[in-house]
Design a protein around this ligand. Sequence first.
Ligand SMILES: C[S@@+](CC[C@H](N)C(=O)[O-])C[C@H]1O[C@@H](n2cnc3c(N)ncnc32)[C@H](O)[C@@H]1O
Length: 224
Amino acid sequence: MNLSVDDNGVLAEAPPSGGASHFGQDTWQQLVDYAGMLEREGELRGLLGPRELKRLWTRHLLNSMAILDFIPFKAKVVDVGSGAGFPGVVAAIVRKDLRLVLVDSMERRARWLNDVVKDLSLPNVEVVHARSEDLVGKVDADTVTARAVAALRKLLPWTMPLLKGGGSLLALKGARVDEEIDDAIHLLRKYRAKWADVHVVIPFGTTEETRVLEVRKKQTNRHR
Ligand SMILES: C[S@@+](CC[C@H](N)C(=O)[O-])C[C@H]1O[C@@H](n2cnc3c(N)ncnc32)[C@H](O)[C@@H]1O
């Protein structure tokens, strides 16, 4: 692991090399600026513990990128339980074609997310302070994302009603994702899942496998 001490004496993981040529200079600079905000304020504002700062890039920023290839071009994305901004803020920075709604039920986290949007000038992001359950009938997303929010059996009722027919839930999951799927089989049927698939990804700049659970919602029947 590559650690560095910043101007404020915070011990944090350094960004991986090659980011600017992979993502483009401006995008990479925004990611570095976002990491800087988290290093300065993340612990103070109750977003990340000191242990997490030591793996801010690999465990959080780069890990969040695992979902990006599964989001359609120009999709409307709802990130449920964004917290510090994972994966929603990372998606907004790297994929400028997307429109993102970052949802968190905790007011101080919604405030943090609004500060990030303002400081990084992210025009494609809206922050909503709400429980995802309260948004049913108010949003119609192509993609819903979630990381470290709840086990699938809880997540399905919170997220599937926010999706339009043919849309996908993309959840970053740990190694026990298959058990979570087994545990939620009856709910997959109830919430009109067409299929569920696990994509194993090694995100840019990391060496560890990450699992992206994709649950595709059935198309809505059209009556003529
Ligand atoms: C463990 S944190 C994970 C945050 C972020 N996704 C990450 O990966 O670091 C879970 C977040 O989900 C939020 N949350 C929990 N239940 C929620 C719900 N029903 N609707 C919206 N947000 C919720 C919490 O406030 C918290 O910020």
